[in-house]
Design a binder for this molecule. Sequence first.
Ligand SMILES: Nc1ncnc2c1ncn2[C@@H]1O[C@H](COP(=O)(O)OP(=O)(O)OP(=O)(O)O)[C@@H](O)[C@H]1O
Ligand SMILES: [Mg+2]
Length: 500
Amino acid sequence: MSDPEILALEGVSKLFPGVRALSDVTLRLFAGQVTALIGENGAGKSTLVKILTGIYQPDGGRILLDGAEVHFPTAQHAAAAGITAIHQETVLFDDLSVAENIFLGHAPRTRFGLIDTAAMMERSGAILRDIGATFDPGLKLHDLGIAKKHLVAIARALSVDARVVVMDEPTAALSHKEITELYDLVDQLKAQGKAILFISHKFDEIFRIADRYTVFRDGQFVGEGAMDDVDQGALVQMMVGRPVDQIFPKRERLAGTEVLRVAGYDHPTEFADINFALHRGEILGFYGLVGAGRSEFMQALFGITKPSKGAVRIDGKVRVLRSPAEAVAAGIVYVPEDRGAQGTIRALPIFQNVTLPSLHVTSHNGFLRLAEEFRLARQYTERLDLRAASLDQAVGNLSGGNQQKVVIAKWLATRPKVIILDEPTKGIDIGSKAAVHEFMAELAAEGLAVIMVSSEIPEILGMSDRVIVMREGRIVAELDGDGLTPETLVRHAAGIGEDP
Ligand SMILES: Nc1ncnc2c1ncn2[C@@H]1O[C@H](COP(=O)(O)OP(=O)(O)OP(=O)(O)O)[C@@H](O)[C@H]1O
Ligand SMILES: [Mg+2]
């Protein structure tokens, strides 16, 4: 391919205290091409994005734009040079409007130098429509859900007229429909001759969207090439340094006693008439299309939102769950899909984040037993394949995927009776996915009851003993054994071939 090279990184390194995040890496981006950057959690991908966008300064190496060396002492310098990014964790402002968030720092001005609100609204509306978002740019950000906030972040990146567009796991927070719109948008950007860097843990999407790949492992460059010349196995081998078999853990199906029974759970708008039972040692999958009401129901069960009616029995006793604290006390914990911002205290070390909700286990007469806290944290983080320099490290300095593992570890460490995992392997690399699945299987074998909400069919089929399918807020099927196939799942979730 003869597309011109727009941007190149040569021998770039970045050190943090105790961590060499990048050592001597190379990256090349070409006009009109999508380059996928692939690597495990903690491989250095987001660090590289921050160097490219002037947020971090490299400790060595060069950045070349059109063949000439450039320096980006601040984010403004990188933006002025035509580089824009959708970051893995975006900073947006809840009290500002959608349009103000999109144009913060570069709003259109009137000839008197004032912010031209009308122009800003109009241009925001146009960018949002381009990415298939139909909401009003005048809305305050705090009125939007996570998927829409993410679309605002994407619109913000596109509001800068850039030559290089960097996307760090842009689809992790989006629904099916929005993901399709994003792919169309990437195709448009390509056609306009922009160079795109695309970071993702989803191989189907990498093969759908990328022209070239670059692989990093432990902060080092491992290889690059054309997507046409590789298959998934070869990429995984480069990424992890060993072949990874995508085999799910073998499990005996245990017919334990009933631990949870939900009867007649109803919500005025989100879900209706939810009835099911869950048993010790069981993994119960919840499948559905995004928007089917699964997460909304789980949040109600955990006491975050209130159902208008319905009853929960735990070990046969009726329990009222009006708050997460009451749910935890009753033995139910919920690990949300959005494990970023709310899930952890960024400034605290890993071990304290993990043990925070379990302090009754580790405190003795009011004194925290540090050794005990460390032991508990180590036990859970090791089993989830968490990669960190030490358990003293602040959670805010971990890579995105490793922060997700901290949140899972923290809730598992409370030793609940029932754990609800919402998209447990989202944002987690392919090697660590197996560790998370293995751990889930072990916990089930020890008698924990697991509810797993997942939109990934292989994960649903590979892990669940039984699957409940939801559509438009209702349970439409319960499948197990031979009745559980990819076809039956999709048919029920989409409502195909049923009587009206
Ligand atoms: N500000 C920081 N201070 C200290 N260490 C950091 C900081 N930022 C990143 N690191 C470390 O640098 C390494 C690379 O992290 P990075 O976020 O670049 O990984 P990543 O490839 O984006 O992973 P993921 O797939 O999980 O998002 C990790 O070991 C991380 O803990
Ligand atoms: Mg990252």
